[in-house]
Design a protein around this ligand. Sequence first.
Ligand code: G3P
Ligand code: CA
Length: 332
Amino acid sequence: MPSRPHPLPGAALGLVLLLALGLPALGLPAPGLPQVRVMEGGSTRGPLMSGTPETPDPAGPQVIAHRGASGHAPEHTLAAYDLAVRMGADFLEPDLQMTADGVLVAFHDATLDRTARGPSAHCTGPIRERTLAELRDCDVGSWFNERFPDRADPAFVGLGIPTLEELFQRYGASVRWYPETKNPDERLPGQPPMEEVLLDLLHAHDLRDPAVERGQVLIQSFSPASLQRLRELDPELPLVQLLRASDATPETVDAVLDAVAEYAMGVGPNRALVNGAFMEAARARGLVVHPWTVNDPAEMDRLLSLGVDGIFSDFPDVLGARVRAWAEGKDG
Ligand code: G3P
Ligand code: CA
């Protein structure tokens, strides 16, 4: 495996301790939440890679739970995040949208229509035009049961949109975080910059220093301007630039990664961009590579064999199993 110019810390010590001490210490799942199921073959990941709770392996490819364990439970719900923790994911990924009254919530789309159910005045249209109080009326679990009847669970009905603060309160420093600023350049009048609110929350929940010192929080965005704003606010924060498949070609990849390396420690490419040449170009610039979003085990294996540093997946259980198999094959 190529050397890692920006070695990320291994799984957060807190998460390792959590696994060692047992999840009941965290009280998961909390009363009122569904007893989410681990699918066959998706046992919890257990001790991370070859490390121990005292010496977590810093070199293992990272399992990034995309929108929580969103293949198994409704994306960006506490059920999906709880399950990702139970599956031993290395990172939880909240996409961040801002409400009309300036609150960061975990939600992917710019509009509510795909995943929210409830009073149309509160649960349709652009999320940035709804206050947090209005969003409290929205159910973001039922759509999953409609869309995936084979994975439906009555307990998903009525699950709400969590704020980032609620997520930090629930899991805090016991997990690692990979927040994404969504639509950060489309503020309504009076709304604070998303980056400022995020940084305030990191400080309030004692996550800023662990982010800088141990990579416990990596901040990602498709918006270079958003990452630049974060860098201006705090030059030490670890930043990851997301790339769509159309953002680079074999002819432009060197220039694209040159620009990214000016302000970010890593790149999150659409998986279709990642091949040997891309990895070589990223390595030459000291960039960590975390492709998204990979749910096919064969594609996971391809990317792991190329030496990626982590992968976003809706199925952290499946990805964890592939990472373990890859590590065993590498060591054996
Ligand atoms: O953040 C990585 C990946 O999640 C980007 O795509 O649309 O799922 O946020 P999206
Ligand atoms: Ca994302």
